[in-house]
Design a protein around this ligand. Structure first.
Ligand code: AHR
Length: 496
């Protein structure tokens, strides 16, 4: 089949905030223990951080990592995780029915962030706790010194403040599974008061209001409108969370779910702008899509209750999952004028692109690659590619374009990137790209992932699914022609 993309410098959607390539580490399963932290591991450094994992996180180029949860944060006492390790209490984590030993806490995570070239997006507990503990944590991490909590940090060996800039006001507070779940009004009130005192403690921080735990949650829409109406003046972002899965073994519909993702983003923006209009406010609320991924392989994973760092939510990702992750990230970039932060949930072992064996090796899951490509090459501004291509109906969606695409342009470096998914299971796409006013730009690399079966996956001994380089696409003036293989992920890099 044939498809056409037209690109011009004026088709600018917006600057890409680098934090759109964020990720997430929760105290859950083996994300921390056996994931990023494993003293005694062959690659562990003097802090017990696995260097093999840090190397892959650096390759992924993740500018921000959300921590420490997730559901976990709604029962977390941050004070348990600071100070001398031998004095830290072991606690029951009611969210995941495990035991949290608190060997790793705020300072360890901040140190890890520095070593992994990333920043922390810190979540506070607004489930079982409230504004008081939240503002104390801001004082502990961000205040220079001379007060109880900043001096406590110093006494723990950390002289300089960590200066955490981005803060989540709780996690999925609409969900009945959440410790301290709230109604929208209750949450709006506590979020406002927490955000106020946190910002009074450090006025350089930004805060994220919890949106609904998914588009399918019962109170979706109403939750955002009510809580935003209350907390609007103090918060900066509203969060979105969404996971997809191929539950019905229907690959075409699975790949088409970005149609729904588009609607989700659009709906939340409408609510934000409705409240803005209602308040006659000049302030624009942007989005923090702070949990997104494919998650369904390991939804239920019975483990021994109250065990420590058990193997939970350890999805092993397939090739088709990689195409969905690529398509989701493309969709987020199409909204980069308003989606400023996004976190692939999660980063290591727990529904993650990086998978380790405790005491052993590490491998890149299939979903690692589209994220790595976009995070490394998709910087600058996003350009809206005008696509004309055949569409198809799936069992769940109608009028789904076969080609999902976004282009990025780094004016300073004179580099462009075009990311495309060919969603046809059996037909290649001959793609003509009209580069309009990008005279002088030539393709320098054409990377693809194709030729795999939907269910193909990677393992420690078998890094089977991976990208390969193709011959460069043909170029005639400003017309580029590329062949996109059926059921494929494609990256075309151009330079002037
Ligand atoms: O990422 C796994 C879990 O999914 C998080 O703890 C929670 O916020 C969401 O429901």
């Amino acid at each position: 089949m044939k498809a056409k993309i037209t690109l011009a410098k004026e088709f600018k959607i917006g600057e890409i905030d680098k934090r759109i390539y964020g990720s997430f580490i929760e105290h859950l399963g083996r994300a921390v223990y056996g994931g990023i932290y494993e003293p005694g591991h062959a690659t562990a450094d003097e802090d017990g951080f696995r260097q093999d994992v840090i190397d892959l996180v650096k390759e992924l180029n993740v500018p921000v990592v959300r921590y420490p949860g997730g559901n976990f944060v709604s029962g977390y006492n941050w004070e348990d995780g600071v100070g001398p390790v031998e004095k830290r209490p072991k606690r029951l984590d009611l969210a995941w029915e495990t035991t949290e030993p608190n060997y790793f806490g705020t300072n360890e995570f901040m140190k890890w962030c520095r070593k992994a070239n990333t920043e922390c997006m810190m979540a506070v507990n607004l489930g079982t706790r409230g504004p008081e503990e939240a503002r104390n944590l801001v004082e502990y991490t961000n205040h220079e010194g001379g007060t109880a909590y900043s001096d406590l940090r110093k006494s723990h060996g950390y002289e300089k403040p960590w200066n955490v800039k981005l803060w989540c006001l709780g996690n999925e507070m609409d969900g009945p599974w959440q410790m301290g779940a709230k109604t929208a009004t209750e949450y709006g009130r506590v979020a406002l008061e927490a955000s106020k005192v946190m910002k009074w403690t450090d006025n350089s921080i930004e805060t994220v209001l919890c949106g609904s735990s998914s588009r399918h949650s019962r109170t979706f829409g109403e939750w955002e409108a009510t809580s935003l109406d209350i907390a609007y003046d103090s918060i900066d972002y509203v969060s979105l969370h969404q996971y997809y899965g191929n539950h019905d073994k229907d690959t075409e519909s699975f790949l088409a779910q970005t149609v729904e993702l588009e609607e989700f983003i659009h709906s939340v923006l409408c609510v934000c702008d409705y409240i803005k209009a209602k308040k006659k406010s000049k302030k624009v609320i942007n989005l923090s899509f702070d949990e997104w991924n494919v998650w369904y392989h390991a939804r239920v994973n019975p483990v021994e209750k109250w065990s420590m760092a058990p193997e939970i939510l350890e999805d092993i990702y397939t090739f088709e999952d990689a195409l969905v992750v690529g398509s989701m990230l493309i969709t987020l970039l199409r909204h980069c004028d308003r989606v400023k932060v996004a976190c692939l949930a999660q980063l290591v072992n727990v529904i993650a692109p990086i998978f380790t064996k405790t005491g052993g090796g590490v491998f890149k899951q299939t979903i690692y690659y589209p994220f790595e490509h976009m995070s490394n090459f998709g910087r600058g501004v996003a350009l809206n590619p005008i696509i004309s291509c055949p569409k198809h109906d799936t069992k769940k969606f109608t009028d789904v374009p076969y080609v999902e695409s976004i282009a990025t342009y780094d004016e300073e470096k004179e580099k462009m990137a075009l990311f495309c998914v060919n969603k046809s299971l059996d037909e290649n796409v001959v793609l003509d790209v009209n580069l309009m006013d990008f005279e002088g730009y030539k393709p320098v690399k054409f990377i693809s992932m194709d030729g795999y079966k939907a269910e193909d996956l990677n393992g420690f001994e078998n890094p089977f699914v991976k990208p390969h380089e193709n011959n460069l696409p043909d170029m005639d003036g400003t017309m580029l022609t590329a062949d996109l293989k059926p059921f494929s992920w494609n990256v075309i890099l151009l330079e002037k």
